[in-house]
Design a protein around this ligand. Structure first.
Ligand code: FAD
Length: 618
């Protein structure tokens, strides 16, 4: 039994997945007394599905977490075995760092982070109930009946709430393969009168790499100049590996097509909605019937691990069908399946019940983060963990707000609490209207000052950041002071009208072919500058004009964000609004006029009316 005193902790975090780990660490960095309670201590940092971190949009989230001194970027760098910068040929704004991660190294790095977090308590137990006093959540009850009290609780139970695994027509209760589900807590959530929904996700079979014939397979190598996640990381820590590539073919598709009714999803045994952007192989064959081949990446799960993750063929077909279709692919003719693919259905909470700090409006003191809010993906979960952890530690103070114009994290939180989810939510660069400003490369410049202000950034990072900013400013001012004639520039290959005006070094970096190398070829002073710092300034120069335009839009957004709506605003008695709009306003309870404007179906007329009522109240 866990010995309990009143008000043991400031923050209790339930669940040690990606959201929970980030939430607990963030609250601890804020100086809170934190207890992380999870079913199995060794599951800290477990990747339930693909062994990879980052990608388009997701890589931005990891960089932003790192800018707040969060752990995901450091863990990914410590375990990265194939760093690749996606969209390398496109502009920096849409490039996404990604790495394949060694599962064991990732978990080991997570364990080391927590071992080093002096005073952060880690407890192995199942949480079955919440303690509610005077309408506020003040702790949790464990399976053995003991109670743990705290000022705030962060729930991050992932796919575990009433989790149900499907493989063909076999079904069993589980949080994920090999883990018990969280049923008692789900029943308690029912009593809170929240809107719960059902979602599903799936994973492919894991293969034994020793039974794959790699000889005729294409391969995909790691980048020669790896780009890592953390702004603090130095050299790449691990040997870099290649992935194999195979393809589904006509025979594969025939096998799947013939057995569609045996798939849990197509046999009508799953009610939850799945991720449209991460379809199962059954989905791909039905939705893209005209295609007779799909690429499958064969990704090693670790440096000393024979397990291969075949990316692109998640499934809920029975094991015999999985074996048949997998073996129909080149290189996999003799392959042995180590663990079958499966689909999992689970409860999620409609995130419109949350405020921007991820606190439940109906039950102050209770914060929700991760897959429980209808998202999918480690990065999305970790980013929410950061927001919930910071705010849970900051309870009773002004919430730490993440806005759409400052971060992808802000975009995601606002999307979730304003629009809710109709399918598992994942991040894309296209979701961010200010994406030319919100680049992965400048996440620290945008957010580390906010983190320092909030008090969650270590002294070591603060110093590295201050040094970097000083260098950037110095370099920028040198470049601003250098002037080049158009003839000089044209001679160096920069695309300019030879009769045009003289340009500063900074302006040149924003011109077509105005690369740092071109500048170095005509200026000894530029050649002497630190190339890495010049590269960073060049990225800012590339977007300088767009950024100035976006700044104006961001200012307009900020004006509306500054019009706050009191939490007890009487939307129901607003005259002149349709009942449908009123219902939406009541459900979302927007915190600002800007957020109200983003609710689906809100018209300019409705907003004007709302604004005039708000003004009258002031
Ligand atoms: P999790 O990582 O699930 O962690 C939840 C933690 O809470 C666990 O450690 C659990 O032990 C603990 N816990 C639960 N209940 C309790 C309790 N009552 N008391 C104490 N501890 C508790 N993402 C993608 O991006 N792409 C995919 O293709 C994809 N496929 C997936 C397939 C499967 C089968 C699964 C299971 C997940 C998949 N995901 C995928 C999702 C990804 O794994 C999650 O989005 C991510 O792990 C969510 O993080 P989380 O912290 O919210 O929850």
């Amino acid at each position: 039994m866990f010995h309990v005193k009143h008000q043991d902790f400031d923050v209790v975090v339930v669940g040690g997945g990606h959201a929970g780990a980030e939430a607990a660490h963030a609250a601890w960095r804020m100086g809170a007394r934190v207890c992380l309670i999870t079913m199995r201590r060794r599951d800290l940092g477990v990747m339930s599905c693909n062994p990879a971190i980052g990608g388009l949009g997701k890589g931005h989230l990891v960089r932003e977490i790192d800018a707040f001194d969060g752990i995901m970027g450091r863990l990914a760098d410590a375990s990265g075995i194939q760093f690749r910068l996606l969209n390398r040929k496109k502009g920096p704004a849409v490039q996404g760092p990604r790495t394949q991660a060694d599962r064991n190294l990732y978990a080991a790095a997570a364990a080391a982070e927590f071992a080093a977090a002096d005073g952060l308590r880690l407890l192995e137990a199942e949480v079955c109930d919440l303690i509610v006093r005077n309408g506020k959540c003040v702790g949790v009850v464990l399976a053995d009946g003991s109670q743990v009290f705290s000022t705030s609780v962060v729930l991050t139970t992932g796919t575990f709430l009433r989790g149900l695994i499907h493989i063909g027509d076999e079904t069993h209760e589980a949080g994920r393969m090999g883990d018990a589900p969280s049923v008692r807590l789900a029943e308690r959530m029912d009593e809170l009168d929240l809107e719960l929904g059902r979602l599903k996700t799936g994973t492919p079979p894991r293969l034994d790499g020793r039974t794959i014939d790699w000889t005729n397979l294409e391969s995909q190598e790691a980048d020669e100049d790896p780009v890592q996640f953390s702004f603090l990381s130095g050299h790449v820590q691990n040997r870099q590996i290649a992935c194999g590539i195979t393809h589904t073919n006509v025979q594969t598709h025939e096998i799947i097509q013939k057995n569609l009714d045996r798939s849990a999803m197509y046999g009508g045994r799953i009610s939850g909605t799945g991720p449209r952007y991460c379809p199962s192989i059954e989905d791909k064959i039905v939705r893209f019937a005209g295609k007779d081949s799909h690429q499958v990446f064969l990704e090693p799960e670790g440096l000393d691990d024979h397990t291969i993750y075949p990316n692109g063929i998640s499934t809920s077909l029975p094991v015999d069908v999985q074996t048949d279709y997998v073996r129909s692919m080149v290189g996999l003719e003799q392959v042995k399946i180590l663990q079958p693919g499966y689909a999992i259905e689970y409860d999620y909470v409609d995130p419109r019940a949350l405020s921007h700090s991820l606190e439940l409006r109906k039950l102050p003191g209770l914060y929700l983060a991760g897959q429980i809010n209808g998202t999918t993906g480690y990065e999305e979960a970790a980013a929410q963990g950061l927001v919930a952890g910071l705010n849970a530690a900051n309870a009773n103070k002004e919430p730490i707000r993440f806005t759409r114009d400052a971060s992808y994290i802000g975009v995601m939180i606002d999307d979730l609490v304003t629009q809710g989810v109709a399918e598992p939510y994942r991040m894309f660069t296209s979701r961010a209207e200010f994406r030319l400003v919100l680049r992965a490369d400048n996440a620290d410049q945008r957010l580390t000052p906010i983190g320092i202000g909030a008090g969650c950034v270590s002294e070591a990072r603060r110093m590295v950041f201050a040094d970097k900013m000083e260098q950037l400013e110095k370099t920028r001012s040198i470049l601003d002071g250098l002037k080049f004639s158009s003839r000089e520039l044209a001679g160096a290959g920069v695309k300019v009208n030879p009769d045009g005006p003289r340009r500063t070094g900074f302006e040149v970096l924003g011109l077509p072919m105005g690369t740092p190398a071109a500048l170095c070829s005509i200026s000894g002073e530029v050649s002497e500058l630190d190339p890495q710092v010049v590269d960073q300034v060049a990225k800012d120069a590339l977007y300088a004009n767009y950024v100035a335009r976006q700044d104006k839009d961001a200012e307009a957004l900020q004006r509306d964000e500054n019009v706050r709506i009191p939490h007890d605003f009487p939307f129901s008695s607003l005259e002149g609004l349709s009942n449908e709009v009123k219902e939406k306003l009541i459900r979302v309870a927007p915190e600002t006029l800007a957020q109200a404007g983003r609710i689906e179906g809100m018209t300019p007329a409705a907003l004007t009316l709302l604004l005039s009522h708000l003004r009258r109240q002031q």
